[in-house]
Every structure is written in structure tokens, then in C-alpha cells.
Design a protein around this ligand. Structure first.
Ligand code: GLA
Length: 402
């Protein structure tokens, strides 16, 4: 028997299995269609922290629509830690007083055409000390599904105590089992629920996150609203591109755009550009009801969002660095490339972009996505002024691609 025959026979067997189990194939396909592009939305934590109220979440949903963010693709309204009350004698977890009408709140969010996300932990307690899902995974998953939850962020928190004294490989096995358990519980509800893994990048989660049902997984510890933290989280994604793609994404954490410390327009544009180049989830973390026009403009720039949401789903990376200048690239589905020129210095710098070195031969044309201006056609080189702690974000193609 030659190899070709072995292959075609194997193919025949696979086809038969799929035909024989159509229900299974459909269920698997249903799960697979979640998060085909990086999830977009808003999460309460970065601005409201543990003191979030149901009224804050309603206002965020209102603002998501009123600001144009919903129309630009932000769909998930996610309450992070701080919604939980106590678990009763029957094991049912109740929301705290502010979130007493969780069904009503979720129905309200849904009525605006948005999706709803919630937060829990495989530990007994969450990071802010509230009740976690340990020992109650199936009940909690069912309750979330009954409420109408569409997205779960599952945060390791006190589960770390269970890891103490174990070898690294045992720790990874324990974390995998915990995430897999909740994933199975979510699938069993029959409701499509995006599964967001939050365990700070431990044990190289990118290597096993998709295997335990994760649609996205944090790659670092928590982001802070400052420029250095933004760079630390973006840098931590170098070398991880092969683990990202439709349905499963590396997550450098929620955006700090518009929060005090990350509210300078050029820093805001830098974070939005980096996250777009990284094909990162775009989960805003600011007070949407109070953001200024520039922050709104940064968060809703459709051409930048299109880079993030590109159907190819390839995570970009840094291709060159010269002192404070960094060059990042991301290939796009239509054959063009997104190019980010970043300047980490506190004053503007001129940067010469050598198109040939980027692999763009011949006549190059494109667009400056923040200035919203067409570029070119040009050949070989062009100088760009890059703002202080800012970015020039381009989409470029040769004549063949435009
Ligand atoms: C951890 C997570 C944060 C946030 C808090 C809530 O620190 O990494 O994103 O969810 O817990 O307590």
C-alpha cells in the first residue's frame, strides 16, 4: 500500500465519522464559531474596580451605543469582580444587593443589541475576596446561562493556593483541569459562551489555552494605566503569534485608554495601535459615560479596528527596533500590511521607512490610519514624523494589492 492510499483511506474514515455523528459535528461547529475575530467590548474592572454597581453597567451599555462604539464592533458588556453576594444552602450563588436584578440587567443589555459577560474563579474566592465557583462549577455555569450570560472571564485567584508545593508540570495539569471543568460545564448549558482564561500567562497558557476551550487567555499580570505597563504587556506577546488565530487569542489585558495615566492622546493611539497589530481583544476599560471626544475617536477609529479584526487573524510583531523607534507589522487578509512606527521618546522623531526592507517592492500606496490620509504612490523610502510617545499607523500595499 502506498502513502497516498493510506491518506485517502484515513480521509474516508474521518468523513464517515462526521456523517455518522451529525449532531456532534454541529455542536463542535457551534462552539468553534465563537470569537472568530478578537472579542470587543467593555469591562468594569480598570475603572470601577470592586465598587462597580448595576447602574454603572447600565450607563456603560448606554454609552457604548451612544458613543458609536457598539456600531464600531464593541459588543460585550462585562462585569468583572465585585458583583457576587453569598451562596445559599442549596449552593446557588446570589448577586450582591446592587446586582439583585441580574436578569433584568442582562435583558437590558441584550435589548440594546449587546452581549453580556460575567466573571468568576475556579478558586473558593475571587481576587477581590468574593465567592468563587470552586465545587459549584456546573451550578454556576447553568445559572449564568439561565441569566443570559454570553461571556465568562474565569480568573485563577485563590486557586493558586492549590498549586503550592507542586512541580510546574503538576501545576499546569491542575490549571488545565480547572479550566477544562468549567469549559465542559459551559458547553453542557448549550448556550454559546465565550471563555476568557485569566491566569496571568502562567505555565505558557498560550500552548494549552485553546485545548481547554479558551477563546482568549491573558498573557501577563494586570495592566496598569501607564505607558510602561502598556509596553510591558505588548512586549510580552513577542514570539506568541503562532498561538493566536480565529477562535483563540492571546490577551495582553484590557485597554487603559481614557483612564488617568493613559489619557494623553498619543499614548491612547499607541495602545490602540499596538493592540490592533497584536490582534488583541479590544476590551475598553474606561468610564464610557464620561470619556472625552479624543478618547472616543481613538476607540472608534474604524480603520484601526479593521486592522485588529482582520479576518486572517494573524498576530503582528515587532520587526525592528532602533533606539526609541520600533517598527511593527501585521499581514492582512487582502495582501496589504499594517505597519506601526512607534516612538517611545518624549519628543517627536523623524523615521525613514524603507519599503524594500519591509518586502514591499515597486510602487507602494496606502493610508495613514490616524491622520485618515492616503499615502503615495511612492517608491523605496519615505520619512514620517512620529509624535512623542506616539505612533504612525499605516496600511500599505504594492500596486498589486491596492
Ligand atoms: C485579577 C485580574 C484582573 C481583575 C481582578 C479582579 O487581578 O487579573 O483583571 O479581574 O483580578 O479582582
Amino acid at each position: 500500500m502506498n502513502h497516498q492510499m493510506i491518506l485517502s483511506r484515513a480521509g474516508g474514515v474521518l468523513l464517515l465519522v462526521l456523517l455518522a455523528l451529525p449532531g456532534l459535528a454541529v455542536a463542535a461547529a457551534g462552539q468553534d464559531t465563537l470569537a472568530q475575530t478578537p472579542p470587543m467590548g467593555w469591562n468594569s474592572w480598570n475603572h470601577f474596580g470592586d465598587h462597580v454597581t448595576a447602574a454603572d453597567v447600565r450607563r456603560a451599555a448606554d454609552a457604548l451605543v451612544a458613543s458609536g462604539m457598539a456600531a464600531a464592533g464593541y459588543r460585550y458588556v462585562i462585569i468583572d469582580d465585585g458583583w457576587q453576594g453569598k451562596r445559599d444552602a442549596n449552593g446557588v450563588l446570589h448577586p450582591n444587593a446592587s446586582f439583585h436584578d441580574m436578569r433584568g440587567l442582562i435583558a437590558y443589555v441584550h435589548s440594546k443589541g449587546l452581549k453580556f459577560g460575567i466573571y468568576s474563579s475556579p478558586g473558593k474566592t475571587t481576587c477581590a475576596g468574593h465567592t468563587g465557583s470552586a465545587g459549584h462549577e456546573a451550578e454556576d455555569a447553568r445559572e449564568f446561562a439561565n441569566w443570559g450570560v454570553d461571556y465568562l472571564k474565569y480568573d485563577l485567584c485563590s486557586f493558586t493556593q492549590r498549586l503550592a508545593g507542586h512541580s510546574l508540570s503538576e501545576q499546569v495539569a491542575l490549571m488545565k483541569a480547572a479550566y477544562e471543568q468549567m469549559h465542559r460545564a459551559l458547553v453542557a448549558t448549550g448556550r454559546p459562551i465565550v471563555f476568557s482564561l485569566c491566569e496571568y500567562g502562567w505555565g505558557k497558557v498560550w500552548e494549552w489555552g485553546a485545548g481547554v476551550g479558551g477563546n482568549l487567555w491573558r498573557t501577563t499580570d494586570d495592566i496598569r494605566p501607564d505607558y510602561e505597563s502598556m509596553w510591558f504587556n505588548a512586549d510580552s506577546e513577542q514570539g506568541l503569534a503562532r498561538w493566536a488565530g480565529p477562535g483563540h487569542w492571546n490577551d495582553p489585558d484590557m485597554l487603559e485608554i481614557g483612564n488617568r495615566g493613559m489619557d494623553a492622546p498619543d499614548m491612547e493611539r499607541s495602545e490602540m495601535s499596538l493592540w490592533a497589530l497584536l490582534a488583541a481583544p479590544l476590551i475598553a476599560g474606561n468610564d464610557l459615560a464620561k470619556m472625552d471626544a479624543i478618547t472616543r475617536d481613538v476607540l472608534t477609529n474604524r480603520e484601526v479596528i479593521a486592522v485588529d479584526q482582520d479576518p486572517l487573524g494573524t498576530q503582528g510583531h515587532r520587526v525592528a527596533q532602533q533606539g526609541p523607534l520600533q517598527l511593527w507589522m501585521k499581514p492582512l487578509a487582502d495582501g496589504t500590511v499594517a505597519v506601526g512606527l512607534f516612538n517611545t521618546l518624549g519628543r517627536p522623531l523623524d523615521a525613514t521607512l524603507d519599503f524594500e526592507a519591509l518586502g514591499l517592492h515597486g510602487t507602494v500606496a496606502g493610508r495613514d490610519l490616524w491622520r485618515r490620509q492616503d499615502i503615495g504612490p511612492v517608491t523605496s523610502k519615505r520619512v514620517f514624523e512620529v509624535p512623542a510617545t506616539g505612533v504612525v499607523l499605516l496600511e500599505l500595499g504594492t500596486s498589486k494589492h491596492r
